[in-house]
Design a protein around this ligand. Structure first.
Ligand code: PLP
Length: 389
């Protein structure tokens, strides 16, 4: 095996990103005795916090083409996804719509919530399949919807394979059936322009920690007029739609991260796409048998998901970690379990090819030199894992 490096290469930006120092600086007053009031309090302490929360709301709204009144802060992407599904389904049932259409490759925050809605709450759910590159066919969605469909939920880009879905076309199918359309844009926010109007989304999920913001804060955009029933009960925060004292520091950090997006997203996406292609070519030059999972062109600029036929993904990950490369076997939540990725299986990959997959995701600190080093390490580790060394 290979000795650990003094400077490990982090290639797991889809799992999370480091907090930008400017984000941290913006948050600090809210983590001290400077601005600590409860945003719901009427006194000056509370109102200082309220102003900051509302400023972040404005920033988010502007960034995605929504109104401030359409932004609901949550504890992250997971809560936003759960709120979108359950909130719309519960409201839908009241008007005779009890059906959800989603896909086989959603993040667990949607997939497992859909199963909960089906198995525990008694809603009907259709899981639309994808093709071999992870694309959802809008026609398959058209066949799945009916006048009983309350919601269609299809992620903007997949967190494991990076495939970008034709969401505007799917949204049009949902609208034609009188259903709402939700998209989980957690992985795309930092990679490509995002506008709820262009996407045709009634609901949109965002998370701060994928865009150099803090963990534990996200947002659900709910377009005006969308019927949804709150399922978290308590205080009257977030216009009575999401009870609980606001995470003011997190929300301020999220707002700052979104504000900074405007300056880096486009040039960074171009830089990362170049680095991604170079990395893929370098690995392929050493290991011609690797398989690129996901769509070859309709993919996130920072995602390379590779299968290494003949090797075991968990073994590869451990070997890579030991040799100084941090990657992932799919979604962060799935690592540590021996279950092959539901996304890769949905593409139709044989079990062993799905099990041999490793996801590399690039970000701000990724350099060409790092990737050249990583490509060499990947080739060596794959060879040793295959040989059972
Ligand atoms: N949706 C997608 C596509 C994700 O990639 C993730 C996180 O990995 C989530 C939802 C969950 O977001 P959070 O970690 O903020 O709960």
């Amino acid at each position: 095996m290979f000795s650990p490096r003094a400077h490990p290469v982090y290639l797991d930006y889809a799992a999370t990103t480091p907090v930008d120092p400017r984000v941290r600086a913006a948050m600090l007053p809210f983590l001290s005795d400077e601005i600590f009031g409860n945003p719901s309090s009427v006194h000056a302490f509370g109102q200082a916090a309220r102003r900051a929360v509302d400023a972040s709301r404005d920033t988010l709204a502007q960034a995605v083409g929504a109104r401030a009144s359409e932004i609901y802060f949550t504890s992250g992407g997971t809560e936003a996804d759960n709120t979108a599904l359950l909130g719309v389904l519960l409201a839908g049932r009241e008007r005779g719509r009890d059906h959800l259409v989603t896909t086989a490759i959603e993040h667990h925050a949607v997939l497992d919530c859909a199963r909960f809605a089906q198995n525990v709450l008694g809603f009907r759910v259709t899981f639309v399949p994808v093709d071999g590159e992870g694309l959802v066919n809008p026609e398959a969605v058209r066949e799945a919807v009916s006048d009983k469909t309350a919601l269609v939920s299809v992620m903007h880009a997949n967190n494991e394979i990076g495939t970008i879905q034709p969401v505007a076309d799917i949204a049009a199918v949902a609208r034609a059936a009188g259903a709402y359309f939700h998209t989980d844009a957690v992985q795309t926010f930092g990679q490509m322009p995002l506008d709820v109007n262009d996407l045709g989304a009634d609901l949109l999920t965002l998370s701060a920690h994928k865009i150099y913001g803090p963990k534990g804060v996200g947002a659900l955009v709910v377009r005006q007029g969308t019927r949804f029933t709150p399922w978290l009960h308590g205080g009257q925060q977030e216009r009575e739609k999401r009870a609980g004292t606001e995470n003011a520091a997190g929300i301020v950090g999220f707002g700052k991260a979104v504000e900074l997006l405007a300056e880096w997203r486009k040039p960074e996406a171009e830089r990362l796409a170049g680095l991604r292609d170079g990395f893929l070519a370098a690995v392929r030059a050493r290991l011609p048998c690797v398989r690129l999972n996901g769509h070859p062109t309709r993919r996130l600029p920072n995602n390379v998901n590779l299968s290494f036929p003949g090797a075991d993904g968990e073994g590869l990950l451990l070997g890579l970690d030991f040799a100084g490369v941090a990657a992932s076997s799919g979604s962060a939540c799935a690592s540590g379990s021996i279950e092959p990725s539901h996304v890769l299986l949905a593409l139709g990959l044989p079990l062993d090819v799905a099990r041999s997959a490793v996801r590399f995701t690039l970000g701000r600190q990724t350099t060409a030199e790092e990737l050249a080093r990583a490509a060499g390490i990947v080739a060596n580790v794959a060879a040793s894992v295959r040989a059972g060394v």
